[in-house]
Design a binder for this molecule. Structure first.
Ligand code: DAT
Ligand code: MG
Length: 138
């Protein structure tokens, strides 16, 4: 079990002015920020990041949306980080997300769902290395 996960505050949540509230909820839940940046994905970068979903019917709109504006990318540390962070953000579809989860509070649809959270320790490392290099970690 690793203690690292990777997150993005997605363009919808940035546009809605929710960066501060979401980061507060993340740190209040006991996650430490190990790396963080405000950035924007190109279409090609979004395609690569979500390559595992290529061929799914929503892939095109996902890539379009994720490159539509700035995001906050961050690496978070906590015991049991991947599973605990998935619990904190809630179901992919905010309509099915538990009360008080980040997606229940800040997401409007399954496609534009406020935050990303890695789904495995292996992917957390891959995703962290996609956005950050060694000297970005603290
Ligand atoms: P998660 O982000 O909860 O890990 P996922 O990996 O299944 O969910 O999908 C990645 C993203 O793709 C998700 O955050 C939003 C988008 N997506 C998933 N299912 C979708 C659907 N049925 N319609 C539109 N967008 C979808
Ligand atoms: Mg996923």
């Amino acid at each position: 079990m690793s203690n690292i996960t990777f997150t993005m505050i997605k363009p919808d949540a940035v546009r809605a002015g929710n960066i501060g509230a979401i980061l507060q909820q993340i740190t209040d839940a006991g996650f430490a920020i190990k790396a963080m940046k405000f950035t924007q994905l190109s279409m090609d970068e979004a395609k690569k990041f979500y390559e595992v979903h290529a061929g799914r019917p929503f892939y095109g709109e996902l890539v379009e949306f994720m490159s539509s504006g700035p995001i906050v990318a961050a690496v978070l540390e906590k015991e049991n980080a991947v599973a605990d962070f998935r619990e904190l953000i809630g179901n992919t579809n905010p309509a099915d997300a538990k009360i008080g989860t980040i997606r229940q509070k800040y997401a409007n649809s399954v496609g534009e769902n406020a935050v990303h959270g890695s789904d495995s320790d292996e992917n957390a490392l891959i995703e962290a290395n996609f956005h950050f290099s060694g000297r970005d970690f603290f």
